[in-house]
Each structure stands twice: as structure tokens, then as C-alpha cells.
Design a protein around this ligand. Structure first.
Ligand code: ZN
Length: 447
């Protein structure tokens, strides 16, 4: 890659001081460890919260003490496993930094496949090999989580065959579409536009984000799950139609997804553009709420609340801001030869540069902005619950949340700090209290 015309203030500052020359590498070591230890601390707090868990009053009629203890036991096991998993990740990140493993793999792929250093073929093969290595290293952890931890507590439904097939399908999809597109986009845009690349890169990635949002549910999800239309002669379909027309949702079809193939957790979501919208219900949700059509419709009403207030669009604003920050932030460092040298790379490949930029600067910053996004998401969740209350589904949604928590009992007593920083959904106890307050307010207004 050609060195940029003109020298940035940051580059001249770096080249003037030998101490600052190692700034990137040291920043990465400090950033990776500080973040890793902070996340382990949060997880440890969450793990401890399951040891002193007590059944909250709103669930006393719906969940027995024995069921609750089973949930807490699952919570303890899953957080204990996550602690080991995260500690291993931290160890691996340190090993990568210490032994400069990515740079070694970078040189090895060039030799192994006999491709020119820094060429498109080399960059693509390097991405695929890095992905294959991390997938293989993480697979035993994912296997243990699914077939030991979740299996023990009755949450796993996926077969071993489907588990490995899923991992393979995801890898092949990334190798066939994500890696070539990403490699081409980064190399082409940075080499073609030089220091003006952030404008073009931002425009391209924003378009790809919108495209992916459309393609994911229509083309990718059907590769992993089966979607069947809900029988239009059922009471449930009639109630969903009634609600959709009441809130002016341009509903085209209601689909049932076989979520039970993988997990017993129930869910529902909406997708589609313009006047071509669909509702998807997990078969597990229908199972959990069998014969309780109003409860299922109340969950959909909550989802329709997200659509009504344009939450998905609102969430795009901080995402685009973040993307913009990444593009312009990356420009200040990816043309600096020092950064590549510190991590053991001999040439300046923009694909590697962006990766190193993410490691040194982006991950710590994204953790902080992630906390902010969690706060915004929680506000949206309360707003969507209020929408359901305003559409006379308060009591049913309350009941549905209790039924959902019966299935996912581990979420009843989260650690407040862990929950505030990691969960995009507020604890169910808080949501039920907010629904109760909204219903009381409506009753007072009516009398
Ligand atoms: Zn929601």
C-alpha cells in the first residue's frame, strides 16, 4: 500500500518518540486485559447473584420453589461455564499478542498457497484461515455449552448432527460471501480512495447493512430453519389479523418457525419492508402458551410496539454513528507503518490495519457505546410494553412474561450492574412492575 501524502499529527508524534513507537502494541495489551478482566468481574457478580437468589413475589403463584431452584442451578452452571470460556478467550488473546500469531498465520498463508503478500487472494485466504482457526478453537466450548450445560437442564433440543452442520454452514457462508466481500471492499476502497476512503467506505458499508437486514430473514434464515404459514382458519390467526388492522400494520403473512429444533426458548419477531410485512412466531412460543391465544397476541403487540415507534430505525442512528466513527478513526492509524511493525507484519495491508485498529481502539470504545445502546434498548422495551398496555393487552402480557420466565427461570434475579450493562431487555420483575403501574394509571384515568 502506498504511504499517504502528507503526515498526520499522530504519525509525526509517534515517529518523534521511541516510547510512543510501541504505543499501539502496549495499548492493545492494556485494552484487551482491562476489558477481559472487567467482563470477568461482571460475570462473577452475575454468578454470585444465583447463589443468593430468592423467588420474586410476582412469580410465587406461577413458579414452584423447586422449579425456581432448578432455574438458579442452571444460572450457576451457565455463568460458571461462561467464566471459564471468557477466561480462555482472554488467555488466547494474550497468546495471540505475545506470540504475534496473526502475523505468523499471515506469512504462512502466503507461503502455503503460494500467493503474493498483500494481494486479494492472500488477504482472502488469510481471513478464511483466521476464521477457520477461531471456529475450531471455539467449537469444543460451544459443544460443551450445548450438550453438557444446556442438556443437563433440559434446554437443548439440537441434535449433534445439526450442531455440526450448522457450524459448517455458517463457516461456508462466511467463506463464500462475507470474507470475499469484506476483503474486496476494504482493499478496493482504501487503495482506490487513499486518505479519503472513510466517505466511500461509510457509504458502501451502510448500503450493505441495509441489504443484509433484508437478505438475512428471507434468504439466510431459511437455510437453518423451516417456516410454515399459520393456518388461516385458526382463532389465533383471526386475533393476529384483528390486532394488525387495529394498529394499521400491513400484514402479509404469519409464519411459524421451527425454533424447537435448536432450543426450547420461545420468541417472535417481525420483518419486511414497506407494505410487505410478516410476523414470525417460534413454535416454542406456541407450545409455552398453548390455548392462551391472547397471551401470544400480547407478545406480538409488544413487537408491534417496536414497529409502531420505529425502534429498529432509531437503533440504526447510533449504529451509523458508530460506523462513521470507525471509518474516520481508522484513517488516523491504518496508514502508519509503525502499527503494522509492532504486531509483526512486514507490509501494510488495509484489511490487517482495520483489524488491528479494532483490537487497539475499537473494542474498548465499542464496549462503552454498547452500554449506552443497552440503556436505549431498555427504554424501547418499556415503551413497547406500554404500547401493549395501551392496546388493552396489559394483563395478558403480564401473564405471558410470567410464562416466559417459567421457561427461562435463570433471568429472574440478575445482578443489577451486570444486567444494566449486558442485557438489552430489562429484568422481567421490573417490566411487570412497570406494566402494573401503567395499568393502574389507565384505571385511574378511566374513573
Ligand atoms: Zn421487545
Amino acid at each position: 500500500m502506498k504511504a499517504p501524502a502528507g503526515t498526520s499529527f499522530l504519525s509525526s508524534l509517534l515517529s518523534s518518540s521511541p516510547l510512543l513507537l510501541a504505543m499501539f502494541y502496549q495499548s492493545a495489551v492494556i485494552g484487551v486485559n482491562a476489558l477481559g478482566i472487567w467482563n470477568l468481574y461482571l460475570l462473577k457478580r452475575e454468578h454470585r447473584s444465583f447463589q443468593k437468589a430468592t423467588l420474586p413475589p410476582p412469580f410465587k403463584d406461577a413458579i414452584s420453589q423447586e422449579e425456581f431452584e432448578q432455574g438458579a442451578s442452571y444460572g450457576r452452571d451457565s455463568t460458571a461455564f461462561k467464566l471459564v470460556d471468557d477466561a480462555f478467550d482472554l488467555l488466547m488473546s494474550n497468546a495471540e499478542l505475545f506470540y504475534k500469531l496473526p502475523a505468523k498465520l499471515y506469512k504462512l498463508t502466503s507461503k502455503l498457497f503460494n500467493v503474493a503478500l498483500g494481494s486479494f487472494s492472500h488477504s482472502y485466504l488469510f481471513s478464511v484461515c483466521s476464521d477457520a482457526c477461531s471456529t475450531l478453537v471455539k467449537l469444543p466450548f460451544s459443544y460443551y455449552d450445548t450438550f453438557v450445560v444446556q442438556q443437563k437442564h433440559g434446554y437443548n433440543r439440537i441434535t449433534k448432527r445439526d450442531f455440526f452442520l450448522d457450524a459448517l454452514k455458517y463457516f461456508l457462508l462466511r467463506a463464500a460471501f462475507l470474507h470475499p466481500a469484506q476483503t474486496y471492499l476494504i482493499q478496493f476502497v482504501v487503495r482506490r480512495f487513499g486518505r479519503s476512503f472513510p466517505f466511500a467506505f461509510f457509504a458502501c458499508t451502510s448500503c450493505l447493512l441495509f441489504l443484509f437486514a433484508h437478505v438475512y430473514p428471507t434468504l439466510i434464515m431459511p437455510l437453518f430453519n423451516k417456516f410454515t404459514p399459520l393456518n388461516q382458519d385458526t382463532l389465533l390467526y383471526a386475533k393476529i389479523q384483528q390486532l394488525a388492522s387495529k394498529v394499521h400494520y400491513p400484514l402479509q403473512s404469519v409464519l411459524i418457525m421451527d425454533g424447537s429444533r435448536r432450543s426450547s426458548h420461545g420468541n417472535a419477531f417481525l420483518y419486511g419492508f414497506g407494505s410487505n410485512k410478516r410476523i414470525v412466531l417460534f413454535d416454542t412460543l406456541l407450545e409455552q402458551m398453548e390455548g392462551k391465544e391472547d397471551c401470544i397476541v400480547s407478545v406480538l403487540c409488544h413487537e408491534l410496539g417496536h414497529w409502531y415507534y420505529g425502534h429498529v430505525t432509531w437503533m440504526l442512528v447510533p449504529t451509523l454513528f458508530q460506523l462513521c466513527g470507525i471509518c474516520f478513526g481508522a484513517r488516523t492509524v491504518i496508514f502508519d507503518p509503525n502499527m503494522y511493525g509492532e504486531f509483526g507484519f512486514d507490509d501494510q495491508n488495509p484489511l490487517v490495519g482495520l483489524d488491528l485498529f479494532a483490537q487497539v481502539f475499537l473494542n474498548p470504545i465499542c464496549t462503552l457505546t454498547g452500554y449506552l445502546l443497552c440503556y436505549v434498548c431498555r427504554h424501547f422495551e418499556f415503551q413497547a410494553d406500554t404500547f401493549a398496555v395501551e392496546n388493552d393487552f396489559g394483563e395478558e402480557l403480564r401473564h405471558a412474561l410470567v410464562l416466559v420466565s417459567k421457561e427461562s427461570k435463570k433471568i429472574l434475579n440478575p445482578d443489577p450492574l451486570y444486567s444494566a450493562l449486558s442485557h438489552t431487555h430489562p429484568p422481567i420483575v421490573e417490566r411487570i412492575a412497570a406494566i402494573d403501574a401503567q395499568m393502574l394509571k389507565r384505571t385511574k384515568q378511566a374513573t
